[in-house]
Design a protein around this ligand. Structure first.
Ligand code: SIN
Ligand code: FE2
Length: 222
């Protein structure tokens, strides 16, 4: 991981931050679309495999496949919500448009993980490696309060860099950064009002878009 003089992590390594990619009006439209979809697929609290320790972050998903985790089943993708047992709602079109704009990947994402971070919550350093097609990047969209994001290399012991992600920023983890360890160290309360009366207490919503299965014509696009 290297950082240039303006503090941007170098693009050549496959990690790209598109600061302010979504303007304020776009952020508000996204929040409205998310709120409608979350009414169908409410937030749930995942738990760590084996220990059953609950995550501090709440989650839900949109799209054909959703990422879930619980004590007995571990990390996995499944087609239905663990509590309602209903299929996940579709990924909103405005979110699909962001994937098309930044991913550089010719197939649609299959999973849109929605994380809600209240003040005081965090996400430990981890790799996203439950997907079959690692040629597709992970696209991460930040809404609401600013967070401190940490990213390292492909080994847990590699050095890490920390940077703030604010509402409207889009991060792309592709290429060599696709399997980079990353996590959220903290949320800065009171830094955004974009979540409005959905979350009057504030907090941060992160969307992570991922291709899960290998597309049928994978050989042709690699
Ligand atoms: C994640 O790695 O699942 C979420 C990252 C983020 O919240 O920005
Ligand atoms: Fe992740």
């Amino acid at each position: 991981m290297s950082i240039d003089r303006s503090g941007k992590v170098l693009k050549s390594e496959g990690f790209v931050i598109r600061s302010g990619f979504i303007d304020l009006a776009g952020q508000k439209e996204l929040v409205a679309a998310l709120r409608d979809a979350v009414a169908v697929a409410p937030f749930f609290t995942p738990a760590m495999p084996r220990s059953g320790k609950p995550f501090s972050v709440r989650m839900t998903n949109f799209g054909p496949l959703g990422w879930v985790s619980d004590r007995d089943g571990g990390y996995r993708y499944q087609a239905s919500h663990p509590d309602t047992c209903r299929p996940w709602p579709p990924i909103p079109e405005s979110v699909m448009a962001i994937w098309r704009g930044v991913s550089g990947y010719p197939h649609p994402p299959e999973a849109c993980l929605v994380n809600y971070y209240a003040a005081g919550t965090r996400m430990g350093l981890h790799q996203d490696r439950d997907e079959q097609d690692l040629a597709a990047p992970v696209v991460s969209i930040s809404l609401g309060d600013t967070c401190l994001f940490r990213i390292g290399g492909t080994r847990r012991s590699d050095p890490t860099a920390s940077l703030r992600l604010s509402s409207g920023d889009v991060a792309v983890l592709g290429g060599a950064a696709r399997l980079a360890f990353h996590g959220i160290d903290r949320i800065y309360p009171g830094t955004s009002t974009v979540l409005g009366d959905w979350f009057p207490e504030g907090g941060r919503i992160n969307l992570t878009l991922r291709r899960v299965t290998a597309p049928p014509d994978r050989a042709a696009v690699s």
